[in-house]
Design a protein around this ligand. Structure first.
Ligand code: GLY
Length: 398
């Protein structure tokens, strides 16, 4: 068994997790592309976090990171999410505007059944979308939960941020707000594909179990896991989402997360994605982190906030991400959530950038059940690509 080693000795000394964490030894160079090695050169703050790292304007190498669909989905166009965002960032556009234009591509792409139009519907067959965004320099945030009828909830999240005194609007009120802001409200955001998958799932479960939350969870989850094993839906699309974070040359950091949430969820279930601190957290002075994967596991520990706090204390993005994954592992004790090895039977993934432009993508598991590696999207001066997520635990969640 290989062992994960924390990059930053300070965080290693503080948390003494080195021996407890079973995962891959990292190739450190991989995480320093576009960044500064070990935080020495640009004056990262000490472990107390008393001082934000001072970043010279124009000195950071811009980078955008996202979940893998930020590289693979193009909605029939030329550019993917991370390229679109990166190109705007290096042009000098606002970082959050650039990121949101990027995730709009995925929200509109019917081939991505985990985000926006054509996203997985809830148990009643209705697509309900969650999103939030945070603007590091402006220290502003906005989100929507269980929003129906609007293809690009990230735009509505930004309107909540820019045009209201609030951070989160949900359900019917979020739709009313969107209508009042001029958004077209559609009757149904299912694509033919998402509707067909829902019908398949519905056929497999016993709806009478709806009255028994525990049995229903098992029945619904088993049906979904069978569909994943049969190759009917990709594992990513069960919990799927896109998180996208970016930084420009001046060190301006922003992030956005958008999703249709857990496939076939109980109507109005809201996961981690629109919750500040869970699906996304940005502190303009220290960094950004966002997630995909099982939202409930992340919500319980507000792990994006935890990651940014770790970076504030001086941790490298990779160490900070690993600390959050370890927390999730520690908090997962219910039998129904454990596999035969006694480990979480799901994955959670985080995409992290710090103020210096150092970045990392981490996951509870580095492989899907199929054995394929889990990857995330990166775009920097070397172009758009997929890189392996760094795992906490070996193998896959099954
Ligand atoms: N992470 C997406 C969700 O759980 O809704």
């Amino acid at each position: 068994m290989r062992t994960y080693q924390f990059i930053n000795e300070q965080s290693f000394n503080t948390f003494t997790l080195r021996k407890q964490i079973m995962t891959n030894k990292i190739n450190r160079r991989k995480f320093l592309i576009g960044g500064t090695a070990l935080g020495v050169a640009s004056g990262i703050s000490n472990i107390s976090g008393a001082q934000a790292p001072s970043i010279k304007k124009g000195s950071v190498k811009p980078v955008v990171v996202a979940s893998g669909n930020g590289h693979t989905m193009k909605n029939g166009g030329k550019f993917n999410c991370v390229e679109t965002a990166y190109n705007r960032i290096v042009r000098g556009d606002d970082v959050l505007d650039a990121l949101i234009e990027g995730v709009n591509i995925v929200e509109l792409d019917p081939l991505d059944a985990s985000v926006g139009f054509g996203g997985r519907p809830n148990a009643n067959g209705v697509v309900q979308l969650d999103s939030c965004c945070m603007h590091g320099p402006k220290k502003q945030a906005g989100g929507v939960g269980a929003l129906e009828g609007v293809r690009m909830p990230s735009l509505v999240a930004r309107d909540v941020m820019e045009k209201t005194d609030h951070h989160l609007i949900v359900g019917k009120g979020a739709q009313d707000f969107a209508r009042n802001m001029g958004y077209k409200i559609e009757d149904d955001l299912n694509s033919d594909r998402s509707r067909k998958m829902w019908l398949d799932w519905k056929r497999r479960i016993d709806p009478e179990h709806y009255l028994d939350p525990e049995k229903r969870e098992v029945a619904g989850r088993n049906a979904a896991m069978d569909m994943i094993k049969e190759g009917i839906i990709p594992e990513d699309e069960y919990y799927g989402t896109i998180n996208c974070n970016g930084i420009n040359a001046d060190g301006d950091i922003c992030g956005v997360t958008t999703t249709s949430g857990l496939a076939w969820k109980i109507p109005s279930r809201v996961g981690d994605s629109p919750i500040l601190g869970a699906g996304l957290y940005v502190d303009g002075n220290y960094g950004a982190a966002g997630s995909t994967g099982r939202g409930e596991a992340n919500l319980y520990g507000l792990c994006s906030y935890l990651i940014v706090e770790e970076m504030r204390r001086g941790s490298h993005p990779l160490d900070a991400g690993m600390t959050a994954l370890k927390r999730i592992q520690e908090n997962t004790v219910e039998k129904r959530l454990l596999n035969e090895r006694g480990l979480p039977n799901f994955s959670v993934n985080f995409y992290v950038i710090d103020k210096q432009g150092r970045f990392a993508g981490v996951a509870l598991y580095g492989e899907y059940a199929s054995g394929e590696p889990r990857k995330y999207a990166v775009c920097d001066e070397n172009g758009s690509r997929l890189e392996d997520l760094e795992p906490l635990l070996s193998g896959s969640s099954v």
